[in-house]
Design a protein. Structure first.
Length: 356
């Protein structure tokens, strides 16, 4: 069986998700994989780039995106020729993006069924591109199957009419952990180290984290690093002014993530809403404690994890969770096997796609 996996983002987690999915599918008996990434994807310029069988020219900014939209008919014809040469039995969109309807059109012309893996059924405040959710909806309505990485997202896809009895087949999966080659955590003296990592957007609950720490007052038992990119905000200014807190507002390349997780004893996710979390999955794989609010799909993702602390999405709830972590024993948590989790997810995807 030959499977095409495509994902055409340039930065961050989506291309990595596609590459790891392709690698996991390739490891299953009787399966061969064709991976298609953007030629501009950062992951292709990293120290260990994945094998990309079909690199696709996408865009580098607003002007080149507009030019790419104008040239979509030629892009679709090019994709049709590639698909007729490769003849995959099934195609998988690893995470939707702005140009995916071109691939969907080409797949329909050639008669190849495809599945879309949906990470977020609704747009988070301040996240995504204009019209991205509309484009995702169109892509899902064209697909033969729609996969969700949490039951929270799956229920929303049913409610939106994008999957379920009256729509496409719903494939229920879970988000495997990213394995960033993080060294095992070692017990140490001094304050316990807590990391917030990710985009610094309102729905990430930066204000809850700031309020929880400011309300508690100076404390010498925790060190907090806030690392990620986003607009300046009053909450970030509050955090920057607190003792034992550092704020690094910058884009973090994939090559630095292992070092960040290696520094931390715990990762904090003070989110106001969430579908599921790749950061949480990476932290669990590294054997770090995850302190998270009980919102969206996080309770489902972290509910069975022995090294997770869940709390109410309030400043008081978050402060209590941080107190609980600070007062706990300095036990080293078990490390999750990322490769095994990706193989299990790939196997579940194939089994549930068999009817297509």
């Amino acid at each position: 069986m030959k499977i095409l996996v495509w994902q055409w983002s340039r930065f961050g987690g989506p291309p990595l998700f596609a590459a790891l999915l392709a690698e996991a599918l390739q490891g299953l008996p009787g399966v061969s994989v064709v991976l298609s990434l953007s030629r501009r994807a950062d992951i292709l310029r990293g120290p260990a780039p994945p094998r990309c069988d079909t690199p696709v020219e996408t865009y580098g900014g607003a002007l080149s995106f507009a030019a790419r939209v104008v040239s979509l008919p030629w892009m679709i014809l090019h994709l049709v020729r590639l698909l007729r040469l490769q003849r995959p039995d099934l195609a998988v969109c690893a995470q939707p993006g702005p140009l995916d309807l071109a691939m969907a059109t080409a797949l329909c012309w050639v008669g190849i069924r495809f599945v879309v893996i949906v990470h977020d059924a609704d747009e988070h405040p301040g996240d995504g591109y204009p019209l991205l959710m509309w484009l995702q909806g169109r892509l899902c309505r064209t697909a033969d199957g729609v996969a969700a990485l949490s039951t929270h997202v799956g229920q929303r896809l049913r409610a939106l009419g994008l999957a379920g009895p009256d729509g496409r087949k719903l494939i229920q999966l879970s988000h495997p952990p990213y394995g960033f080659d993080v060294p095992p955590r070692q017990a140490h003296d001094g304050p316990r180290r807590v990391l917030f990592f990710g985009r610094l957007l309102p729905y990430k609950g930066i204000d809850l984290l700031a309020a929880a720490l400011a309300h508690r007052g100076p404390r010498g038992d925790l060190l907090l690093r806030v690392v990620g990119s986003g607009p300046d905000s009053p909450a970030l200014q509050v955090l920057s002014g607190l003792r034992d807190v550092s704020v690094e507002n910058r884009w973090v390349p994939d090559a630095e993530i292992a070092a960040l997780l290696g520094w931390a004893d715990a990762v904090v996710l003070p989110y106001r809403e969430a579908s599921q979390s790749g950061v949480a999955a990476a932290a669990l794989a590294a054997g770090r404690t995850v302190i998270a609010t009980r919102v969206g799909g996080l309770a489902e993702q972290l509910g069975d994890a022995p090294n997770a602390i869940l709390c109410a999405p309030t400043a008081d709830g978050l402060a209590a969770a941080l107190d609980h972590f600070a007062a706990g024993t300095d036990a080293v948590a078990a490390v999750v096997n990322p490769a095994a989790a990706w193989r299990a997810m790939a196997r579940a995807l194939l089994e549930q796609s068999a009817a297509l």
